[in-house]
Write a protein that binds this ligand. Structure first.
Ligand code: UD1
Ligand code: CA
Length: 454
């Protein structure tokens, strides 16, 4: 099969300079959903029709790691309509196989629905279209049928009569067409319509006039066919997708306390007895072990969380791995590659960046730990921070096992605090601390007895 994805439209209705097909739904560009849905169609040649100067679209597609087979790009010089866009692809499609045409702005169609649609296409047919019935069909092309329900044409909203606008059956975008018919007939299409565009959909009327076999496949789940032309439709698509993801999780036993107030944009894997409280946002790849509890209003992005971990409310954790039996939050921030070992305690207003923390270590309150390697059973006192940045470069802090860092300490990196050392509270440490030593680096207290203010 030839698969052609149209992605060269201007996307005027989106009111954005950014290419429409790159607008994201749940963190992924629309066009990538379309490409993902057809990855399973082996032995097919994938062609994407792009506008001129479209390196952004091409790079996004090439970089998206799900693309096992690289598509071929062809350029539509001017966006003269869907019927013109397909012309750009004709030189690279094979006559011997049928052509599946998809729109880059119809992102929610599933592999399953597309496969069912394709499997119903028979060799004798000129065109088969995917349709659905909508309570509010506004904006979509209506399927015009004759007395015997035979398909006669697809009428665009702007060209439809009042009576035609009442038709609820719409054309969803996907079309399979016999390639020879496509190549012979496309030049017959004119721009004689309200938008002065070449309509791909006019091929249906041409086939009907030539008394060729036309078929349709009606999709019952109208949510899948949503065409994204406006920001409102983009939000609608995201809402539909999130709802589906959440339903899938609920069916697999995820205990979501308030499904209406949970934004699951990413992909999630979880073991048994996992609870997610209200207001959470999950993005990227989320992996949760058994008995994990995610507190209210926490944001997780690309995280692995081990068994029995409790993330207390209002925590913001990205690109991090937290091992089993640890407690993080409330109000913790972990970012840029953090590894928290087993049985650790990371408390409120603790920020950790690009650091490793080993088993049993505690930083319970008000700390900044950046570019650090911290050993086992270390205690980081309240307000202790690593001074990792000298204004030009970032430096490492190494803290070995069983160290005690007193409250309100500044550890000026690069610095090493050796095994079992103690740092007195309020110290500014600039010299490495030997093993088992006590280090105090603060001004001596002066006490003036019987001092009177005036
Ligand atoms: C189109 C259909 C309509 C259908 C609806 C389904 C036509 C004429 N109309 O309308 O019947 O119900 O989709 O969502 O086909 N594109 C190009 N080059 C162009 C114009 C568009 O590549 O010159 C691409 C766009 O990037 C987009 C797709 O084709 O991905 C559809 O174009 P769009 O303008 O959004 O068509 P609709 O008005 O939504
Ligand atoms: Ca559209």
């Amino acid at each position: 099969m030839n698969v052609v994805i149209l992605a060269a439209g201007i996307g005027r209705r989106m009111k954005s300079h950014f290419p429409k097909v790159l607008h994201q739904i749940c963190g992924k560009p629309m066009i990538c959903y379309v490409l993902d849905a057809i990855q399973c169609f082996e032995d097919s040649r994938i062609i994407v029709v792009v506008p001129p100067n479209s390196s952004e679209i091409k790079n996004t597609i090439i970089q998206s790691n799900n693309q096992k087979r690289k598509p071929k790009f062809v350029v539509q010089r001017r966006a003269l309509g869907t019927g013109d866009a397909i012309k750009s692809a004709l030189p690279v499609i094979k006559d011997s196989a049928p052509t599946l045409i998809l729109f880059g702005d119809v992102p929610l169609l599933t592999k399953k629905s597309l496969t069912n649609f394709i499997n119903r296409f028979k060799t004798g047919e000129a065109i088969s279209i995917l349709t659905t019935k909508l309570k509010n069909p506004k904006g979509y092309g209506r399927v015009i049928r004759g007395e015997k329900k035979e398909i006669l044409a697809i009428r665009e909203e702007t060209d439809a009569s009042v009576k035609e606008k009442r038709i609820m059956e719409i054309y969803a975008g996907p079309m399979i067409i016999r390639t020879k018919f496509l190549k012979h007939t496309i030049s017959e299409i004119q721009q004689d319509n309200q938008q002065s565009e070449f309509y791909l959909t006019d091929l249906v009327e041409k086939a009907a006039e030539k008394k060729l076999n036309l078929n349709s496949y009606e999709l019952k789940d109208a949510d899948e066919i949503l065409g994204v032309n406006t920001t409102k439709q983009k939000l609608e698509a995201e809402r539909i997708l999130i709802k589906k993801k959440i339903l899938l999780c609920l069916n697999k036993g995820l205990q979501i306390k308030n499904p209406d107030n949970f934004t699951l944009r990413g992909d999630i894997k979880f073991k048994t007895n996992v609870t997610v409280d209200a207001g959470c946002i999950f993005e990227g790849e989320i992996n949760l072990g058994k008995n994990v509890k995610i507190g209210a209003y926490s944001i997780l992005r690309n995280v692995v969380i081990g068994d029995n971990v409790c993330i207390e409310p209002y925590s913001y954790i990205e690109e991090s791995h937290i091992k089993k039996n640890s407690i993080v939050g409330p109000f913790a921030r972990l970012r840029n590659g953090v590894l928290v070992g087993e049985q650790c305690r990371i408390g409120n207003f603790v920020e950790i960046k690009n650091s490793t923390i080993k088993t049993g270590t505690k930083a319970s309150h008000l700390s900044y730990i950046g570019d650090a390697e911290i050993g086992k059973n270390v205690n980081i006192g309240a307000g202790a921070i690593t001074c990792n940045y000298d204004g030009q470069k970032k430096h490492k802090t190494k803290i070995e096992d069983d160290v005690f860092v007193g409250s309100n300490t500044s550890l000026v990196a690069p610095i090493k605090i050796k095994k079992g050392a103690t740092i007195g509270a309020g110290s500014c440490i600039t010299i490495d601390a030997p093993a088992k030593s006590l280090n105090v680096g603060r001004a001596k207290q002066t006490t003036i007895k019987n001092w009177k203010k005036n």
